[in-house]
Write a protein that binds this ligand. Structure first.
Ligand code: PMP
Length: 412
């Protein structure tokens, strides 16, 4: 049995993560509460990477030799795993990118830019990560089109009614996070997608912070685009996923040009391959795709619903233990929020909270979390943020509470 009363065996899960296991030993065990920045890696993902390099590695697609075909098979099998992970209709709708950031840039540049004219608009929300703001601003530059921002309330709940008013028939794309990296708010992405589609707008869902915590189902959401990062779902860095509907992708020009995305090249005219190859110019992160697929397999084996339930239990314990701490304020109190706990401590700068906790071997993140517009709305310079992964324990939450009590006493 687990430490939170569910059938989830957190000790068994921790045993899958060598770094967590090793750094949890010794006099001052590490408490890793920074999974929203990046998750630790299970042994099986690291082994998938090393096995691929040691046994199956060659460049893909272009080779006729056996090893190249083996590597190509592994890469395309990873694409099929990604398809299953997000429940896309077909693997060709899954484009491997470097990370969620590159996915947004691809859509902003290849889909949105040419459609942005005076009178047109792009709709974002106040809680977006810079990765889901800056690419749109770059696409908007010099077009005369407008950026619209959907407000949130003081709990961090999105104003759905305002969304319905801001999205109109001139909206090229509405882009919003599934889960906020600061507030933990879980947005009603299916509802928002339906509202946007009613107005004829396309939808991009930033699932960077949702994919680590819950099942992603693009068929159910109905979104046109969705992005996620491998490193936040227990996979390698340098690899991510852009999901897009076939009928949209087929009409999009390539994002980057180069090898592997062409049918024919001449100095007079070049023709491009179909999807997904057209969007994967050059040698991709082949091993990364294999590693991300191993992470997806692993998460599914543990069970997305089990992970979600385990983390929800950690979040409620965190709330219960931290609420009595004098001067501590939880930032983001949307009902049903994900396992991201941002807070401030009266009279203590978030960076100082981070530094003091680090002295106790507790790793959290402090700062604006790449969400400066949200910080401006909240009128704070930043927050301290504890974020949970599948390997965290109730005992670690208690250690956080004890360490924070010490900080409060120190500054009293
Ligand atoms: N969106 C959200 C909500 C995020 O939290 C992050 C990463 N912090 C990103 C996008 C960007 O992810 P990456 O840096 O992996 O591209």
């Amino acid at each position: 049995m687990s430490d939170n009363g569910t059938a989830y065996d957190v000790a068994k899960v921790r045993a899958d993560f060598p770094l967590i296991e090793n750094l949890a030993k010794g006099a001052k065990p590490l408490v890793y509460l920074d999974s929203a920045a990046s998750t630790q890696k299970p042994r099986i993902v690291v082994e998938a990477l090393s096995d691929f390099y040691l046994k199956d590695y060659a460049n893909i697609h272009r080779g006729v030799h056996f090893l190249s075909q083996k590597a190509t098979d592994a890469y395309e099998k990873a694409r099929e795993t990604a398809r299953r992970f997000v429940n896309a209709r077909e693997a060709a709708e899954c484009i491997f990118v470097r990370n969620a950031t590159e996915g947004v840039n691809l859509v902003a540049s290849s889909y949105a830019k040419s459609r942005l004219k005076p009178g047109a608009n792009i709709v974002l929300t106040t809680m977006e990560h810079h990765a889901n703001i800056v690419p749109w601003q770059m696409a908007l530059e010099g077009t005369g089109a407008e950026l619209r921002v959907v407000p949130i309330d003081s709990r961090g709940v999105l104003d759905v009614e305002a969304f319905g008013k801001l999205v109109d028939e001139n909206t090229v794309i509405a882009a919003f996070s599934y889960v906020s990296n600061v507030l933990g708010t879980v947005n009603p992405v299916k509802k928002l997608t339906a509202i946007a589609h009613d107005k004829g707008a396309k939808v991009l869902v930033d699932a960077a912070q949702a994919a680590p915590h819950r099942k992603i189902d693009v068929a159910d959401i109905g979104c046109d685009f969705l992005v996620l990062s491998g490193h936040k779902i227990y996979g390698p860095t340098g690899i991510g996923l852009l999901y897009a509907k076939r009928e949209i992708l087929e009409k999009m020009p390539p994002y980057q040009g180069g090898g592997d995305m062409i049918l024919t090249v001449s100095f007079e005219k070049t023709t491009y391959k179909g999807i997904p190859d057209r969007f994967e110019a050059g040698t991709p992160h082949i091993a990364g795709a294999v590693g991300m697929a191993a992470a997806m397999d692993y998460m599914e084996r543990i069970g997305l619903a089990n992970i979600e339930a385990h983390e929800a239990a950690l979040l409620s314990r965190c709330r219960e233990k931290l609420a009595p701490i004098p001067g501590l304020k939880e930032i983001g109190t949307a009902p049903g929020k994900a396992a991201v706990f941002s807070f401030t401590l009266e009279g203590v700068h978030p960076h100082d909270i981070g530094t003091f906790l680090d002295a106790d071997n507790i790793a959290i993140r402090a700062g604006h979390h790449c969400a400066e517009p949200l910080m401006k709305f909240l009128k704070i310079p930043g927050t301290a943020r504890a974020s949970f992964g599948m390997y965290n324990t109730a005992e670690e939450v208690d250690k956080l509470a004890t360490a924070l009590e010490k900080i409060v006493k120190f500054f009293a």
